[in-house]
Design a protein around this ligand. Structure first.
Ligand code: PLP
Length: 407
């Protein structure tokens, strides 16, 4: 088992104080993760030594930059066990990856009356692009309900599949409930019903082993910044035949093979979907983040976070007035959303910040899900590999302070 307490040393941010004498307790990794020195140094080294634009140059720096960028793609492809690196497209983030599918595959393949199945627990980024498509094309959206425990209603899902949806798009792990959905089983059922599948893996790829070939998923979207990498870069994995058949997304440099005044011929994968100068240093940082996660081990990271979450659930449940939403520990990853009776989540978060505890308050870009629980907002604590039981104790102690202030 890796030493999760010792690896905190790799993350400079974790050593800072929020204000003099108040150390940081970072419990907001679901929003974005802290970065290890290895990522910061890889990006710094790129800019210091190798900075050049990629693909187009034949000078040494351009070749080095291209190798670094394409090398990062290979690392990321291996991390999710993609059959080939060309099936991994760099985007800005999960949101852009999902929009890419909505604007290309979906607009080329779906027509009025076609059904898309989503769930009630989606982040807005896997909801709004489909609502936009529905408004434009008359495509119908249907939702797998969330049970009171915070799980997907599988019987309702089976009934929706009988209506032969064209696409089933859902989150692998909820960013509010922490629920880890049975993706393999759900994808197999969708495929048997003839649907294409898209997995929002923004919260799963950073926290648990994800194997696109074992899952047999058609599209998978995730963001570097939630998995120790920089902001500004994410990835879309896609099945080769689907990607090949899809029209390009954005037009411009690099995504073409040939252009004349009458038109253009699109480039091969993955470049067909990467118009313009991409986030090169960020790709290098993304690759370094994946190296770091691999070295620690995704099985070990998941086990650590689930053990910590089980402990936190127990400690928080013992705080009078706390109501936690979401399933029991075995069904979830390191996310805990809760409300404290009589105190608005924003007030909770503000007082916790005074104690150095960084949590998030609001609807966490999942407003429909909050409505399911009749809550306008929650406070959310989330864990990553660098969190320990000490962080949980600081959270519990800070909640006592909230109760003290609000009586
Ligand atoms: N999907 C889920 C489940 C998320 O948690 C998030 C971010 O919180 C996103 C999508 C969107 O990620 P990004 O903002 O990096 O595009």
């Amino acid at each position: 088992m890796p030493n999760f307490t010792a690896l905190r040393e790799d993350f400079p941010t974790l050593a800072r104080e929020v204000r003099p004498g108040v150390p940081l307790t970072y419990l907001d990794s679901t929003a974005t993760a802290q970065k290890p020195r290895a990522v910061l140094e890889a990006m710094d080294a790129f800019y210091r030594r190798h900075n050049a634009n990629i693909h187009r140059g034949i000078h040494t720096l351009a070749e080095e930059a291209t190798a670094a960028y394409e090398g990062a793609r290979e690392k990321i492809a291996a991390f999710i066990n993609a059959p080939e690196a060309a099936q991994v497209i760099f985007t800005r983030n999960t949101t852009e990856s999902i929009n890419l599918v909505a604007y290309t595959w979906a607009r080329a393949n779906l027509k009025a009356g076609d059904l898309i199945v989503l769930t009630e627990m989606e982040h807005h980024s896997n909801l709004v692009p489909w609502q936009m498509l529905a408004a434009e094309r008359g495509v119908e959206l249907a939702f797998i309900p969330v049970t009171a425990e915070g799980l997907l209603d599988m019987a309702a899902y089976a009934r929706l599949l009988e209506r032969e949806p064209k696409l089933v798009a859902f989150t692998h792990m909820s960013n509010v409930l922490g629920t880890i959905n049975p993706a393999g089983e759900m994808i197999a059922a969708a495929r048997a019903a003839g649907a294409i599948t898209l997995l929002d893996a923004a919260q799963s790829v950073p926290h648990l082993p994800v194997d696109v070939q074992a899952l047999e998923v058609d599209f998978l979207a995730f963001s570097a910044h939630k998995m120790l990498g920089p902001t500004g870069i994410g990835a879309l994995y896609g099945r080769r035949d689907l990607l090949e058949a899809m029209p390009p997304f954005l037009g411009g440099g690099d995504m073409i093979k040939r252009v004349d005044l009458d038109g253009f011929r699109a480039n091969d994968l993955p470049h067909k979907f990467e118009a313009g100068t991409p986030a090169i240093a960020e790709a290098v940082g993304f690759g370094a983040a994946v190296d770091y996660l691999r070295a620690v081990g995704m099985e070990a990271i998941l086990a650590h976070e689930q053990e910590l979450t089980a402990y936190a659930l127990e400690r928080l449940a013992a705080v009078p007035g706390v109501r936690i939403i979401g399933p029991r520990a075995e069904k979830r990853g390191g996310v805990i959303a809760f409300v404290l009776e009589g105190v608005h989540p924003h007030d909770v978060a503000q007082i916790l910040d005074g104690e150095g505890v960084a949590v998030r308050a609001g609807h966490h870009c999942a407003q429909p899900l909050h409505l399911c629980f009749n809550l306008p907002a929650t406070t959310r604590a989330s864990f990553y590999l660098y969190n320990t039981r000490d962080d949980v104790e600081r959270l519990v102690k800070a909640l006592a302070k909230v109760k003290e202030i609000f009586g």
